[in-house]
Design a protein around this ligand. Structure first.
Ligand SMILES: C[S@@+](CC[C@H](N)C(=O)[O-])C[C@H]1O[C@@H](n2cnc3c(N)ncnc32)[C@H](O)[C@@H]1O
Length: 325
């Protein structure tokens, strides 16, 4: 394990996060060695994989299936996103295309994908390629506005898009801007609960951001290797926030059910009640659940909050509900 490289990468990613949007610029390739790529793939990329697993599990639960054919992983790094998606629907794709400005990353990702999904044709993407499914993972905070435009043009040619990013305020807001740009051509599948303008854009919601928490595999909390990793990088592995966007232009793609509500972030608990920031067709708003109104739901939310619910609501009050995911 190349600990120094991991610390350097982590520091660099956090610096990207902190930079003001206007000051963003394209950076030169930062992948230095095979050992650095391998260490990243084994740890930080795997942690990103838990975010992907959470999204893919929900999509499968909803009955969403990808358009088959060509899968393109843009900004692939070591290729965790493309591998996770190809492995989730092993029969769906004929080829995996990889795009990254880093040649060592491209080679690493291709090698790992060939091992992980035998039989899949894997090659570097060419500018004229049109993906059926475009996947993007943790790329937004490294892009200059100049790099974003061609990427959105590529996205606009895809049938479907799966996009996972860190769960920070600035990056989530960038992803919302992407949603608004692409929505005329696509249907929002997830995390959105409707096709209208994002409720986060309402003036009252400026301080909020659309973020969710990955379902971290149980063994991670007891595994000494992950313990050492968490300590070395000062990361809390029990709380892995992320933002994401699933868009689909196919008319029959599993669209959100208007009765469903998305929990944003995590509920906040007080004595006898909880406040839940909830996204539904009528916007993003804080809803209140009194423990006495639905003790079982209250208890379940406190123990392990879900992401998607069907509320029984009385204006802003939640009187009961059923967890969908
Ligand atoms: C934080 S890494 C994420 C890698 C991978 N997608 C993941 O989730 O682990 C961002 C990747 O985007 C690539 N990248 C950044 N800007 C790029 C650009 N303008 N064109 C192509 N690749 C770019 C970097 O080389 C790097 O591999």
């Amino acid at each position: 394990m190349n600990w120094n490289a991991l610390r350097r990468l982590r520091t660099r990613f956090l610096q990207f996060d902190e930079r003001e949007q206007g000051a963003k610029a394209d950076h030169t390739d930062y992948w230095r060695s095979h050992s650095e790529l391998a260490s990243y793939d084994f740890t930080l990329a795997e942690r990103i994989g838990w975010k992907w697993d959470t999204v893919l599990t929900e999509l499968k639960m909803r009955g969403w299936t990808p358009p088959g054919g060509t899968l393109l992983d843009w900004g692939c790094g070591t290729g965790v996103a493309g591998r996770r998606v190809a492995a989730a629907w092993p029969q769906a794709f004929r080829r995996l295309l990889l795009a990254d400005r880093s040649v060592p990353a491209l080679h690493f990702a291709a090698e790992r994908a060939r091992e992980a999904v035998p039989g899949l044709e894997v090659r570097e993407a060419a500018p004229a390629d049109t993906p059926d499914l475009l996947v993007l993972s943790h790329v937004l905070n490294e892009l200059s506005p100049g790099a974003l435009e061609p990427l959105l043009a590529l996205a606009a040619r895809a049938q479907s898009i799966l996009w996972v990013e860190p769960g920070t305020h600035p990056v989530s807001r960038q992803l919302i801007a992407v949603r608004e740009r692409l929505l005329p051509q696509f249907r929002a599948v997830s995390p959105c609960t409707h096709q209208a303008a994002c409720g986060m854009l309402a003036a009252d919601n400026e301080r909020h951001w659309c973020h969710h928490f990955a379902r971290v595999p149980g063994f991670v909390h007891t595994d000494p290797g992950w313990g050492r990793f968490a300590q070395a990088l000062e990361l809390d592995l029990s709380s892995v926030p992320f933002s994401y966007l699933v868009l689909d232009r196919r008319p029959d793609a599993a669209a959100p059910d208007p009765a469903e509500a998305r929990v944003i972030g995590e509920p906040r608990f007080y004595k006898g009640f909880a406040k839940i920031l909830s996204c539904q067709t009528d916007g993003v708003a804080e809803r209140v659940l009194q423990k006495r109104d639905a003790p079982e739901l209250f208890k379940a939310l406190k123990k392990a909050p879900g992401s998607l619910y069907r509320w029984e609501r009385d204006a802003e009050k939640i009187r009961g509900g059923e967890q969908i995911f």
